[in-house]
Design a protein around this ligand. Structure first.
Ligand SMILES: [Zn+2]
Ligand SMILES: [Zn+2]
Length: 387
């Protein structure tokens, strides 16, 4: 029996969550007699204690049942079968669930690994799922599909743009059509693109299924600013490559190896190699490779594709989990584009909660992740070579 390091979260019914609160999350599911009576659920073994499930987007939100669980004490065991039952979340009755943030251990389940690999291959399309301002335009039953406005007549379109201070409903009905687009993603030079789900009326320039340029327009709405997307069927499509150069800070972060050990009776003993040496092309390449493999923070990825001349500042730094105290070395990434900077954020591989960077002057006063007693800084040395 495995145990989850779940933080106590209030239980909710599945349907009270937004898609982004559940995507790539694990769920502890309370037992429900209605669940097994549901059509298509015959394959699910009966469990009096409950289930461990995995929620993920594949078009609509899907729920995969991975094992039996006991939400009362956060324990679970995986089903001993390769045939994982997957059902669309929309087809399930009101289920009582507790979301559990992903950990390295949970993500090692073969089914989950497969989903995450498919998601990584779609990192660009999935990056815009992190933009909350687009939520009102997303189709609730399939968040990959959005509603965009289309104005065929260029003069009218120009006018609509100029009057973007107005609600879309104030643009004459005859001039504007709403169409569905999917897989909205960032493109070069600050642009956006998507795939047409519907036919565009009155033009043959773009067909259903074609890639099309999208303009992002911010309009004042009833509750603050709202976003409108316009299909720009005549605009050229921009590429989605990442062009970024190495930032040269005026002072490089020290390349130091910090050796930390716990006291008597606790085996914790780690050496953290931090910093960066000059251009550190090996580390820069490693970072770019992982970004291209779909491992980047979505907001960082969007900016990296859209910026025209941006620089990446990076360094190996120590991160600490705010919840469980886990310590890990991660590349601290800071994308500098004009006067804007975006920094990467990380989740703990042990419990899934947010990690924060440990400043160098705080390293000597850390607590042991295993027993919580103060750690001793055994040595602090320069290091060289690549890892
Ligand atoms: Zn943690
Ligand atoms: Zn310890």
């Amino acid at each position: 029996m495995n145990k989850l390091k779940a933080k106590k979260i209030k239980r909710h019914t599945l349907k009270t969550y937004e898609f982004w609160q559940l995507d790539e999350k694990f769920l502890l599911v309370w037992p429900d007699s209605k669940l097994l009576g549901q059509a298509g659920m015959e394959a699910l073994p009966e469990s009096k204690s409950g289930y461990l499930a995995y929620a993920y987007l594949q078009g609509p939100l899907q729920i995969a049942f991975l094992g039996q669980a006991n939400p009362a004490d956060s324990t679970y065991t995986y089903f001993e079968t390769d045939a994982i039952l997957v059902v669309p979340a929309a087809s399930l009755p009101q289920l009582l669930v507790m979301p559990v943030k992903p950990t390295r251990e949970l993500e090692a389940h073969p089914f989950v690994e497969q989903v995450l690999a498919a998601h990584a291959a779609q990192a660009l399309e999935r990056s815009t799922l992190a933009l909350r301002s687009l939520d009102p335009l997303r189709q609730p039953d399939d968040p990959s599909v959005l509603i965009a406005a289309f104005i065929r007549d260029e003069a009218k379109k120009q006018k609509a743009y100029e009057e973007k201070g107005q609600e879309a409903s104030e643009v004459p009905d005859s001039a504007i059509t709403f169409v569905r687009i999917k897989d909205l993603k960032p493109a070069n030079q600050g642009s956006w693109r998507a795939v047409l789900v519907d036919r565009l009326p009155g033009t043959r320039l773009k067909k259903k299924g074609d890639d099309v340029a999208i303009s992002w327009v911010t309009v004042p709405g009833e509750e603050g600013e709202a976003v409108m997307l316009f299909v720009d069927h005549t605009a050229p499509l921009a590429g989605t490559d990442i062009h970024v150069t190495v930032h040269r800070p005026s002072r490089l972060p020290w390349r130091l190896a910090y050796e930390l050990a716990c006291g008597e009776g606790c085996p914790y003993h780690e050496t953290f190699l931090l910093g960066r040496q000059g251009e550190d092309s090996a580390l820069f390449k490693e970072i770019l490779d992982s970004i291209r493999a779909g491992q980047a923070d979505p907001l960082l990825l969007i900016e990296m594709v859209q910026c025209e001349d941006c620089q990446l500042d990076f360094s190996r730094e120590l991160y600490r989990c705010r919840n469980c105290g886990n310590l890990e070395v991660m590349p601290r990434l800071r994308l500098i584009s004009g006067d804007k900077t975006i920094s990467s954020s990380y989740s703990c591989s042990q419990c899934g909660e947010r990690m924060s960077q440990v400043k160098r002057n705080q390293i000597a006063s850390l607590d042991c992740p295993e027993c919580r007693k103060p750690l001793n800084l055994v040595s602090e040395k320069q290091w060289s070579g690549a890892l």
